[in-house]
Design a binder for this molecule. Structure first.
Ligand code: HEM
Length: 181
């Protein structure tokens, strides 16, 4: 079997064994700060009409989501980032496609997470010579998550297009390649 999506992307970003180790060590810090990040995250999403509408579309949704997001944050310290990690993150992306959330909000929200996490690393690892390495490693994992979640959008949209038009995937891909010259 060829290289999997997640193996290839880890190799492309040069996520090293040492970085995976640094990330795994950061789990207690993520656990400690998750509640505060989660509160800020949903307070931020309340500031935009589109995200507020989606959050309030179902009673109890925000409370449920707080638990989901805290678990998501803590699993950034997984340390292995294998196939089960890929599947979990892909399913999260798929859920956003199902609720009709436009991808720009996921990208914006990821950027917000980085903004929240940066000062926490600064403070928690103030005297740690690996501080910058930790932040870079976390950035790589957040990029990996974004990559996986955005792939869900692409897959879902192509699937819908194929269903509506009756085109085969091969025909569609040949058309795109032809149009691009
Ligand atoms: C960094 C970006 C984000 C992360 C990591 C994230 C994380 C998650 C997770 C872990 C779930 C649960 C998926 C499951 O059921 O398996 C979820 C679902 C969901 N997320 Fe997000 N999310 C992000 C951005 C957003 C944004 C910007 C919104 C805007 C409103 C949003 C709204 C939702 C909704 C409505 C659901 C489904 C909730 C339900 O099942 O009732 N998410 N998200």
């Amino acid at each position: 079997m060829g290289e999997t999506f997640i193996e290839e992307m880890k190799r492309m970003s040069r996520l090293s064994e040492a970085e995976r180790q640094l990330l795994a060590e950061m789990k207690p810090v993520l656990e400690k700060h998750a509640p505060q990040i989660v509160e800020a995250f949903y307070a931020q999403l309340e500031q935009f009409d589109r995200t507020r509408d989606i959050l309030h579309a179902q009673p109890g949704r925000i409370e449920r989501l707080k638990g989901h997001l805290a678990r998501w944050l803590i699993r950034l310290a997984d340390g292995q980032y294998g196939e089960d990690y890929h599947q979990e993150r892909y399913r999260i992306g798929h859920r956003h496609v199902e609720v009709g959330l436009e991808p720009r909000f996921v990208i914006g929200a990821m950027s917000f997470c980085r903004t929240m996490i940066a000062p926490i690393i600064e403070q928690e690892y103030a005297n740690d010579p690996q501080k910058d390495a930790r932040r870079l490693a976390l950035d790589k994992i957040m990029d990996l998550d974004l990559n996986i979640m955005l792939q869900s959008y692409d897959d879902k949209r192509i699937q819908q297009f194929l269903e509506v038009t009756g085109f085969s995937k091969e025909l569609f891909e040949n058309m795109i390649a032809g149009a691009a010259g």
